[in-house]
Design a protein around this ligand. Structure first.
Ligand code: TYM
Length: 328
């Protein structure tokens, strides 16, 4: 069975983009792959965050993993910092990554551009920790949204570089990007990605939003004056984004979805998209409410870390030895 690994960095509340681009894909794959899904908590402190908020986000993240359908019997779910080898391998990979490569990372460049961000060493070297997350487990595939593709490509470069120098140390992973929904855009500014960090309350549908807020956000989503429901991201980014959301959630192709809504007024189209989002999120929220205060969340994470710790440690030891860090 092929191995897959992925994670989410809950530095803010999870949203519809996290669900469509990532969690939903994980759930689809869990039966057919050996899948490891973690909470990237070490990545959450690369930008300032209050401890209380971070703790709450971590709890929410595991609760949403489960509420969205990840099954701990099929998927191994764990907290990144519970498996110490991630940070240790991250350090080693840092020493085999060039600053020129890190300087090219678009996410880093975007964060640097935002004058509100204090830039830490952690933010800069974030992609090498992400490479460690992946390479520790010899993953074949990394299911991610479009924005993480560049980081997986850097991971491949680091793996190949180290394999060339030290022999076959790492499997070189492939990113797995969803065909529909790899980049869900903000509802209020469809030129920008829907994101946890934008404080874009009107443009982001949070997984915790109640049905009335979801409907309100979708009904006021920015569209255009063309008056025709077409998939044309360049000229109709708002409408195309809504079509993408619907197609992803209804498991339909974009073409089929476009046909379904062709000739419809924007108001009616938006209403149907809102119905679809609400009917997807409502059962998830019910399951979330039922488990959010339970000690089960803790048990799942502990069990997951126990399952992967030894494997990660074996890999770390192998790398340390190959690089020359251990005595013969
Ligand atoms: P993060 O937390 O920003 O996002 C988690 C996953 O959700 C996807 N995603 C989206 N997909 C579609 N539309 C959107 N608007 C949208 N926003 C987010 C992301 O592409 C991602 O797949 N660095 C990673 C976490 C990470 C990781 C890893 C992932 C750390 N180590 C190792 C895979 C493997 C991150 O910050 O994702």
């Amino acid at each position: 069975m092929k191995t897959m690994i992925s994670g989410i960095k809950p530095s803010g509340q999870l949203h519809l983009g996290s669900y469509i681009g990532a969690i939903r894909e994980f759930v689809k794959y869990q039966q057919d792959y050996h899948i490891l899904i973690f909470i990237a908590n070490l990545h959450c402190i690369t930008l300032p965050i209050e401890q209380e908020e971070l703790r709450e986000n971590l709890r929410d993240c595991i609760a949403f993993y489960l509420a969205c359908g990840l099954d701990p019997e099929q998927a191994t779910l764990f907290l990144q910092s519970d498996v110490k080898a991630h940070a240790q391998l991250g350090w080693i990979l840092n020493c085999f990554t060039y600053t020129g490569e890190l300087n090219r990372m678009t996410q880093y460049k975007d964060k640097v551009k935002d004058k509100n961000n204090l830039i830490t060493g952690g933010l800069y070297t974030y992609p090498t920790l992400m490479a460690a997350d992946i390479l520790l487990y010899d993953a074949d595939y990394v299911p991610v949204g479009e924005d993480q593709k560049q980081h997986v490509e850097l991971t491949r470069d680091i793996a190949q570089r180290m394999n060339n120098r030290f022999g076959e140390l790492f499997k070189v992973p492939d990113p797995l990007i969803p065909k529909v929904g790899a980049r869900i855009m903000s509802l209020s500014n469809p030129e920008k990605k829907m994101s946890k960090s934008e404080h874009d309350l009107k443009g982001t549908i949070y997984l915790k939003d109640d049905p009335a807020s979801i409907r309100k956000k979708i009904m006021s989503a920015k569209t255009d004056t063309l008056g025709a429901v077409h998939y044309d991201p360049e000229n109709q980014p708002g409408i195309s984004n809504l079509l993408t959301i619907y197609a992803a959630l209804a498991d339909k192709s974009l073409k089929e979805t476009e046909e379904q809504f062709s000739g419809m007024q924007y108001g009616e189209f938006k209403k149907q998209v809102a119905d679809c989002v609400v009917s997807t999120l409502e059962p998830i929220q019910k399951r979330y409410d039922a488990i959010i205060h339970s000690s089960y969340l803790h048990d799942v994470l502990q069990h997951g870390a126990q399952k992967v710790n030894q494997r990660a440690l074996d890999k770390l030891n192998r790398v340390q030895s190959a690089v020359g860090l251990a005595l013969e």
